[in-house]
Each structure stands twice: as structure tokens, then as C-alpha cells.
Design a protein around this ligand. Structure first.
Ligand code: ADP
Length: 158
């Protein structure tokens, strides 16, 4: 049983995240999408809201589970019995940080490997930060997030 963890803030989830989830789920037997509980980041959505939004927009994928976690990812991966961590790479700017984290995690636990998927070109520019920026000015976010999430995102700025 090959189980992977795809961790992130998902504040909110975007088409880029969904693309990553769909592609990773095809590679492994089970994909655990794990929302990071990180109060320091001052998120727009609560962890509960992010988990339920992810559940709604990934209902079509059978072999995934949405969870949340606190503390170190590498510890959570071991607890969840996952041997793979999935991360996405959009640009060179992602690479330096991700490389450092992946190498650190491998020193802490050499049985867990990080696998990187390169972004699909159509979502290379897309981040949760961009979505929030555009939504905060009332701009059109329909190219960035699934329809079910649009009103919930605008509501945070009304
Ligand atoms: P974090 O705060 O951990 O970076 P995010 O929710 O921003 O959380 O991202 C979670 C993961 O999804 C990261 O590995 C990030 O690189 C990846 N990701 C985000 N947006 C995209 C995208 N448009 N294409 C590919 N990967 C993406």
C-alpha cells in the first residue's frame, strides 16, 4: 500500500491544487491531503473550512482522504504511515525552499521521500495568495477556483 501526503495551507484551494491532487492520486494507492494548522500565517479560512472545501471539490477522486495536522510534517507523515510527501513546483522560487525542507526531512526520517510534481502550465502562475489578492478587490476569480468556492471567498471580504 503506497500512501502519500500532500500537505499545504490550501487557503483557499485552487485549480492548481486540484490538478496536483488528481495527478498524485493516480500515482499512489492513497493520497492524504493534509491541511497545515498554522496559526502564525493568519489564514483567511479556518482549518475546518479548508478541510470541508477540499472535501467538496475532490469528491470525484476515490482514493483520497482530507485531514489536518499540527507540528512537524515529517512526524505527521510517519504517524499516517505515509512513505511519500508530495509537493508542487511552480517556479525556481519554489525550488530553493522546497529543496531545503525536503533535505531536512530526509535527515530526520530517511524512510520518507519527497516527490515533486511540476505544475501544469495553465496553473503555473496560480497561488492562493493571488486568489485572495484578486478577490479582495472584487475581481473575477472564476479562472482560479471551482465555482462552489467563489461566494465563500468573496464573503470573507464583504
Ligand atoms: P504551502 O503554504 O505549504 O506552500 P500551499 O497551499 O500554498 O501551501 O501549497 C501547497 C502545495 O501545493 C505546495 O507544494 C505548492 O507548491 C503546491 N501548489 C500550489 N499552487 C500550485 C499550482 N498552481 N501548481 C502546482 N502546485 C501548486
Amino acid at each position: 500500500m503506497k500512501r502519500a501526503i500532500y500537505p499545504g495551507s490550501f487557503d483557499p484551494a485552487t485549480f492548481g491544487h486540484i490538478d496536483m491532487i488528481e495527478r498524485s492520486a493516480q500515482i499512489v494507492d492513497e493520497l492524504v491531503v493534509a491541511v497545515l494548522i498554522n496559526s502564525a500565517k493568519n489564514p483567511l479560512f479556518s482549518v475546518q473550512e479548508r478541510v470541508s472545501m477540499l472535501e467538496e471539490i475532490t469528491g470525484h477522486i476515490p482514493n483520497i482522504r482530507i485531514t489536518s495536522f499540527n507540528g512537524l510534517l515529517i512526524d505527521y507523515a510517519r504517524e499516517a504511515d505515509a512513505s511519500i510527501i508530495v509537493r508542487g513546483l511552480r517556479a525556481v522560487t519554489d525550488f530553493e525552499y522546497e529543496l531545503q525542507i525536503a533535505q531536512t526531512n530526509r535527515i530526520v526520517n530517511s524512510r520518507i521521500d519527497t516527490v515533486f510534481l511540476t505544475t501544469s502550465l495553465e496553473y503555473a502562475y496560480l497561488s492562493s495568495t493571488i486568489v485572495k489578492e484578486v478577490a479582495s478587490y472584487g475581481g473575477d476569480i472564476s479562472h482560479f477556483v471551482p465555482e462552489q468556492l467563489i461566494d465563500r471567498i468573496y464573503a470573507k471580504y464583504s
